[in-house]
Structures are given as structure tokens and as C-alpha cells.
Design a protein around this ligand. Structure first.
Ligand code: G3P
Ligand code: MG
Length: 246
């Protein structure tokens, strides 16, 4: 079972910053999940909310900032005890760093609220520039973004993100859409969903797993990956289970 650091090591460090990504790698994660949107001048940046208010010292929408402007904001606002300042990374900065690290990345394209013109094309171009095609899983709550990624890069791995109550017949849905993964909330899982995905050859990466009981259950279900704010704890558990099974 792969351990995927949700927005980096966001349980202990400012989410979606290079610091949280570096710390996730130090914690031994297998992969990193991050969120992308674009600025007013079309730069792909790594940030979760459509507004900058919660995680930075600025206010307003990501889409109303130029890259030069957004870069000055402090994305470490919620972690003053950890660091004074962390900028919002560009996806390009992240990919240049990832090329030097032995991890995979789940790029979540945040087009569920606003549609950012050509964000899929820009994202795929950056991934290609750094030769990372084989180490990326694209996901989105807006499945049209995944369809666009597949058109641009047919060999890309994609996962259908689903919130709310989950999706009925999810394995069938993902397989029919040509999606390799289903990315549900843990809360929506049960034996039937797991069986349905397995029957259709669809792999599961489940979010956001910060609870030991959930982790145990997902391991028993033989899930492909867990997306967690605490990669160090999850990795220790997976290693323990692997030793136990030896
Ligand atoms: O990709 C898994 C998870 O990140 C989806 O929800 O809101 O944390 O981006 P959110
Ligand atoms: Mg996300």
C-alpha cells in the first residue's frame, strides 16, 4: 500500500509548500498529492483553495493574482511556529524538484469550482518538460479535466475524485471512462465498493486517512494507496505490516 502525502506533510508543515513536500520525502512517503490552479497570467501554481485567505496572509482569489503578486504571499500563515515564510510554489518549481526525488505525484487539477483555461495543457507540458510522465497520477473532481488530460497524453494515469456519498458502481464508471483509479473519501467505502473496483481492475487511492482504524481497514482491503496528512505514521504502519507478513 502506497503512502501519499496529502498536500505534502500537511499535518506538521504548511500545506502545498516546498517545505511540506521536502518533509514528506524525509518522512519516507511513496508519493505526494498536491492541488493546482492558474494565476491571472496563466501560471500553474500549487494551492488548494480558490481563495488565498485561509492559508496565506493575502486575500482574494488565486485567479485575480499575477504570479509575481501571488509569489509574495506567505503560505506559512497557519504554521508560524514552524517557519516565518514559505511561498506558494509554481508547478514548474515542484516538477524541477521532483525530478531529483524518487517519488510519484498525484496532481489534483482544481477545476471543480472555476475552470482555468488550458490548465490541463499547461500542466501536462510542465510534466513532459521534466520527463515525469511515468510518475504522475492526475485526478480531479471535474472529470472533464481528466478527459482533457487523456486527450493530450493518452498514456497518462488518471483517477476520478468523488466527494459526497461516493459513486454507485464506481469500478464500472472508472473503467468505462478509461480511468485507472478511483479516488474516494474513506467515509464512502464499504466491501461492495472495494469488490466493484477490483472486479473492473480499478485501483483505489483513498483520502484523507488520518486515523489508525481507517488505515488498518484500508490495508486489509488491499487498497493501492492512502492519501494522508501524516505520511510518517502511515509509512511506519505499512512497514510494520510488511515485516509481519514476511
Ligand atoms: O486528492 C484527494 C483530496 O485532496 C481531495 O480533496 O479537498 O483535499 O483537495 P481536497
Ligand atoms: Mg487535493
Amino acid at each position: 500500500m502506497k503512502v501519499i502525502a496529502h498536500r505534502g506533510y500537511s499535518g506538521k508543515y504548511p500545506e502545498n509548500t516546498m517545505l511540506s513536500f521536502q518533509k514528506a520525502v524525509e518522512a519516507g512517503c511513496d508519493g505526494i498529492e498536491l492541488d493546482v490552479q492558474t494565476t491571472k497570467d496563466g501560471v500553474v501554481v500549487v494551492i488548494h483553495d480558490e481563495r488565498v485567505d485561509r492559508t496565506t496572509d493575502g486575500e482574494g482569489f488565486v485567479k485575480d493574482y499575477t504570479f509575481e503578486e501571488i509569489r509574495k504571499l506567505n503560505a506559512a500563515k497557519l504554521f508560524p511556529h514552524v517557519t516565518d515564510f514559505e511561498p506558494i510554489p509554481s508547478l514548474e518549481e515542484y516538477c524541477a524538484w521532483m525530478a531529483q526525488n524518487n517519488i510519484f505525484t498525484n496532481i489534483e487539477i482544481k477545476t471543480g469550482v472555476y475552470y482555468y483555461e488550458d490548465v490541463e495543457k499547461k500542466t501536462v507540458e510542465i510534466v513532459k518538460k521534466y520527463g515525469l510522465e511515468d510518475r504522475i497520477i492526475y485526478s480531479s473532481f471535474n472529470h472533464m479535466s481528466l478527459e482533457k488530460v487523456k486527450r493530450l497524453l493518452p498514456e497518462a494515469s488518471c483517477g476520478a475524485l468523488i466527494g459526497g456519498n461516493g459513486l454507485g458502481n464506481a469500478g464500472y464508471y472508472c473503467a468505462s471512462c478509461g480511468l485507472e483509479y478511483y479516488h474516494p473519501s474513506y467515509k464512502t467505502l464499504n466491501d461492495q465498493v472495494i469488490e466493484n473496483c477490483k472486479a473492473h481492475g480499478v485501483k483505489l487511492n483513498v483520502w484523507t486517512v488520518n486515523d489508525m482504524a481507517e488505515l488498518e481497514k484500508l490495508y486489509a482491503w488491499d487498497c493501492c494507496g492512502v492519501i494522508t496528512n501524516f505520511p510518517q505514521v502511515c509509512k511506519a504502519y505499512v512497514k510494520f505490516k510488511e515485516n509481519e507478513n514476511r
